[in-house]
Design a protein around this ligand. Structure first.
Ligand SMILES: [Fe+2]
Length: 410
């Protein structure tokens, strides 16, 4: 009998407590849709922004295949008169889809079929795709950041995550420009696809600690960090204004991270903002060239960067930083060995309209023969890894067409 009574009164109690909850606090305004960060095998971080009436927050999650709801309280952080709401889930199941709903002050602010995350698969052979682009949140109305975002939304095969190759928000990486220049165009992607950005020179024109680091929750010190997905290791570096943030410490950390993971993953991808050698309108950056040897000796496969607002794929480099002249087929590589491929994907949200690409023009570079493909169009990259095959595509953000592609097989 007691059990039945309890069962009957429970829904009433629940309704009453949510009535109290909803009415003792003001309803916060959702200023930024939720975005995913650091999604791992067993954990995920969900963040959203509200106005400063917010006093508490939580997220409810539900596995796609279950009715059980798990609720978790989050933390609030004040920043520039707004409130970041952040909830970190742990003890999740790998490779599992969870739907989520976000609550601030007890009010449900977002829910529905597009609010979900998929935890990482365990280290192994799961095939996956990710996207990469740099130089994204240009000043309005000149930014075309909505174009790659629309293309990525429409992809048949949903990417598991995205890499941000620096210069995330212009002109100076200011927090106040993040919403309209980055989060708004990318909101339908960021709510169900985690994003891993590194800072570029523009993000360094204001203090990253008070801007970039407030906007993101990233691993390690948030400047340089690593994470893995299936059979691939990803290393993000902070090239600051071209000379690297804490150069000595960062390069030592890079070397240590590569050593620790030697022979652990099939693929290693390093990404940062500045280019090393280039035939674009940017100079060669010696600090980046100085890590070529480390990359080659540790069998890094790809080095992705932004900075020049264009697309430029270079031929494979050896550890001396010279192109491997033995290779003549640049659409299919069989085993890169101690060679890596450096690619600029820097036309995410802006293009340099005053410049004409031409690798044979000595004004652009010493040796135009280093370039495998260039394309001066708004663009992003899509990279698919399936076991020991990697497929790279350069995609035009306006028409969604692939203009450059190559594969590496190991
Ligand atoms: Fe830049």
């Amino acid at each position: 009998m007691r059990k039945i009574l309890a069962l009957l009164t429970l829904p009433l109690l629940f309704a009453f407590s949510s009535y109290l909850k909803n009415n003792s606090y003001e309803q916060p305004e959702l200023l930024r849709e939720p975005y995913l960060q650091m999604v791992r095998e067993n954990s995920a971080t969900i963040t959203w922004k509200t106005n400063d009436v917010t006093e508490n927050c939580y997220v409810e999650i539900q596995k796609e295949t279950s009715n059980k709801i798990i609720s978790k309280q989050g933390k609030l952080t004040q920043h520039e008169n707004n409130t970041f709401n952040e909830v970190v889930f742990d003890k999740l199941e790998p490779n599992t889809k969870y739907y989520y709903s976000i609550f601030s002050n007890g009010y449900k602010l977002a829910t529905g079929k597009n609010y979900f995350f998929i935890t990482n698969p365990k280290k192994g052979k799961t095939a996956f795709t990710f996207y990469a682009l740099g130089d994204i949140g240009a000043k309005l109305p000149h930014s075309f950041a909505d174009k790659p975002a629309k293309c990525i939304e429409k992809l048949n095969h949903k990417p598991s995550f995205g890499l941000g190759l620096g210069d995330i928000v212009y002109p100076k990486g200011e927090s106040r420009n993040y919403d309209k220049q980055l989060f708004l165009p990318f909101e339908n992607i960021f709510k169900n696809t985690p994003f891993y950005p590194v800072p570029g020179n523009h993000d360094w024109y204001t203090d990253p600690e008070k801007n970039f680091e407030k906007e993101w929750s990233l691993p390690n010190n948030e400047h340089y960090y690593s994470f893995s997905y299936s059979n691939a290791l990803f290393i993000g570096l902070d090239s600051s204004k071209g000379e690297f943030y804490n150069y000595k410490e960062q390069v030592a950390w890079l070397q240590k991270t590569l050593n620790e993971n030697k022979d652990t993953f099939d693929w290693t991808i390093v990404y940062l903002h500045h280019n090393g050698k280039t035939c674009s309108y940017k100079p060669n950056y010696e600090a980046v060239i100085s890590i070529y040897k480390i990359l080659a000796e540790n069998e890094v496969d790809l080095l992705l960067n932004g900075h020049a607002h264009t697309y430029e794929r270079l031929k494979p480099y050896n550890k001396e930083g010279d192109i491997d002249t033995n290779r003549t087929n640049h659409s299919e590589y069989k085993n890169l060995d101690e060679n890596f491929i450096s690619i600029t994907v820097g036309a995410g949200g802006k293009l340099n309209n005053k410049w004409e690409p031409n690798p044979s023009d000595k004004k652009n570079c010493e040796n135009g023969d280093i370039v495998a493909h260039y394309e001066h169009e708004p663009s992003f990259s899509l990279i698919s890894i399936d076991g020991k095959t990697l497929k790279f595509e350069g995609i035009n953000s306006i028409n969604g067409k692939t203009f450059d592609s190559f594969t590496i097989k190991k």
